[in-house]
Design a protein around this ligand. Structure first.
Ligand code: ZN
Ligand code: FE
Ligand code: FE
Length: 181
């Protein structure tokens, strides 16, 4: 439980704020490391989605996001370098789970007209996880005055959002309609 006492000895001092910002910095690095691992997992998983996709439009969209994802890996390295930090080794269990669920779904949907709709659903879950994570680390970077890192993270966040929108667009036009036939 946090102590909300108004005793000036125990609350709101400069020391508290300093401790908070050091802790936030560590948490920030930890989240960057989590994303770094998540993005690397994705560079291995996305080619399987490209191969499984039926429509050319979906194949193209996912493979161009694969290229962006390789850039996301590099931007996280650059963000750490801009702070003279190294990213700790980490595994992102959330991305492991999302990828595992995606491959189960792809297996179940093999040969069905709804396969592309399933791939889009799985890919959008991944994008939403990334959008949530990048939104958070970008905000923390700004809060701590890490402007270079904030800019790099915003660039990736914009690409994740664009990829998500592109997937929605494909779902609305071709894919979901063919599932209704
Ligand atoms: Zn990404
Ligand atoms: Fe994670
Ligand atoms: Fe992404």
């Amino acid at each position: 439980m946090k102590n909300y006492s108004t005793d000036p000895e125990t609350t709101g001092g400069a020391d508290d704020r300093e401790a908070m910002s050091e802790d936030l910095h560590d948490l920030f690095l930890d989240e960057l490391a989590d994303l770094y691992n998540a993005e690397k997992q994705l560079t291995r998983a996305l080619p399987k989605m490209v191969a499984a996709a039926q429509s050319q439009e979906l194949k193209t969209a996912i493979s161009s996001h694969l290229q962006e994802t390789q850039q996301h890996v590099r931007r996280l390295e650059q963000a750490a370098e801009s702070l003279d930090e190294e990213l700790p080794e980490k595994t992102c269990p959330a991305m492991e789970g999302l990828i595992e669920e995606a491959s189960e779904l792809l297996e179940e949907q093999k040969g069905k007209p709804t396969l592309d709709a399933a791939i889009i659903a799985a890919a959008q879950k991944v994008e939403h996880y990334e959008i949530a994570s990048y939104g958070t680390v970008r905000a923390w970077a700004e809060q701590m005055g890490h402007d270079d890192a904030a800019k790099l993270l915003q660039e990736t966040l914009d690409e994740e959002s664009a990829a998500d929108e592109k997937l929605s667009e494909i779902a609305m036009t071709s894919v979901n309609r063919s599932g209704e036939e």
